[in-house]
Ligand binder design. Sequence first.
Ligand SMILES: Cc1cc2nc3c(=O)[nH]c(=O)nc-3n(C[C@H](O)[C@H](O)[C@H](O)COP(=O)(O)OP(=O)(O)OC[C@H]3O[C@@H](n4cnc5c(N)ncnc54)[C@H](O)[C@@H]3O)c2cc1C
Ligand code: SF4
Length: 495
Amino acid sequence: MGKVTGFIDFQRLEEGYEPVTKRVKNWKEFVIALNADQAKVQGARCMDCGTPFCNSGCPVNNIIPDFNDLVYRGTPADWRQAIDVLHQTNNFPEFTGRVCPAPCEAACTLNVNDDPVGIKSIEHAIIDRAWAEGWVQPQPPAAKTGKRVAIVGSGPAGLAAAQQLARAGHEVTVFEKNSRIGGLLRYGIPDFKMEKTHIDRRVDQMQAEGVTFRTGVLVGALPADAKITNDAKETVTPAQLLAEHDAVLLTGGAETSRDLPVPGRELDGVHFAMEFLPQQNKVVAGDKLKKQLRADGKHVIVIGGGDTGSDCVGTSNRHGAASVTQFELMPMPPEQENKPLTWPYWPSKLRTSTSHEEGCEREFAITTTAFVAGTGKDKGRVVGLKTAQVQWQAGRMSEVPGTQKEWKADLVLLAMGFTAPVATVLEAFGVDRDNRGNARAHTEAQGGYATNVARVFAAGDMRRGQSLVVWAIREGRQAARAVDAFLMGTSSLPR
Ligand SMILES: Cc1cc2nc3c(=O)[nH]c(=O)nc-3n(C[C@H](O)[C@H](O)[C@H](O)COP(=O)(O)OP(=O)(O)OC[C@H]3O[C@@H](n4cnc5c(N)ncnc54)[C@H](O)[C@@H]3O)c2cc1C
Ligand code: SF4
């Protein structure tokens, strides 16, 4: 374990941030990672609990006490071993070390005192050093199996599965409809939260391990009116895919945005968050867009209080919006959770993101009843919206009489989550859906991730619904083992 009295001697140390005035002028990451000495102090605080709640709180079950201890010991050999420990359970710690909400820290025993070990900051420090030292190298398989696997979708679930399956010796091809690899890591999460070079160097590593990437290829079909990023120049049918591969893994995400069908929804200036965010990421990547959806000088209202909404806030502020307001339907949660009731689970509490800190009014328990159309030169455009406060009783919502209000808005971004995967893709394969519209497949060790269609598996948001990067990595890894066992009769891949 770290230092025996470390948890008493040392306080939790947060990662730093570039000042707001500086960071909103660019699209770069602004988190200042811990240096080796600071990470050592964080590692020293770990108590190596007999029951490490952090380990079960982490969806990929990172072996947290072990890498905490290695970072505390702190020799180059220890750091090198720390990345090996981390990679045992997580293919991409540089993704989670940046964007994971860190359920491990909520579960840490020291969180009982509101002072958890800075596990995510240690993970971040380990993987960044590992890349800098050249410790992350391709691991091509010693032998090939001759089996061919197609993976549809290159988000974290597809990438984790592809890496595991290639290392098991299979011929893996990843099909991606967009022009770049990464799924929502690439076109959802803004660069200021995670720069895309992190994806590019993993793609290089995986190519060296034998993975083939085919971008701009849509598998199946999309509805004509789907407001979904789609750069495909080529379409492949499920029948073609199945004819050319021994197994197919569907990791296409849950791309159907939840809509707000109130009067005025059709107005110009009312858009899904996932029409707005991908365009900016493309521009940062150097693409020339004919007309970018931008927030410059506009009064922006973001409807939806989650991660996606927060990313719209950060992006709007970087565009130079005149004002940014975010609506949340639920009441404001407490600033401090009821620890005995919630620990070691993920608590509901008020979370203020770095994007909120950059400038944003937040409104809670509010519903939008209509979008207001402009007149004259603004005809057909949104110029405002109407709202009412709501109250919740026994899980039912009702409007509070007399609370109607009108707001000025030139740009409204709908960030209310995602309802399901695109139905037509699953239909094209004949894959059964559950009552939420996700691909139906259980996750048990035997027969897990298999759909009703022979040789077709599903994982990530496409199977579990909208979730987190870390859950997508877990599902990709577990699905890879399931596919490997299906192809070979047995698998030595970790679950
Ligand atoms: C704006 C935003 C911000 C987020 N921020 C965070 C965060 O900070 N932390 C966090 O943990 N999670 C975050 N999430 C959630 C997280 O990104 C997702 O849970 C995760 O990416 C899901 O991974 P996935 O591999 O299952 O699917 P995705 O990442 O959605 O990838 C699916 C890929 O499949 C491709 N595809 C789909 N259908 C086809 C087809 N028919 N043919 C070819 N290709 C296809 C898509 O183009 C896409 O590239 C965020 C989500 C959004 C939208
Ligand atoms: S729960 Fe916290 S203190 Fe205990 S082993 Fe995990 S990181 Fe260390």
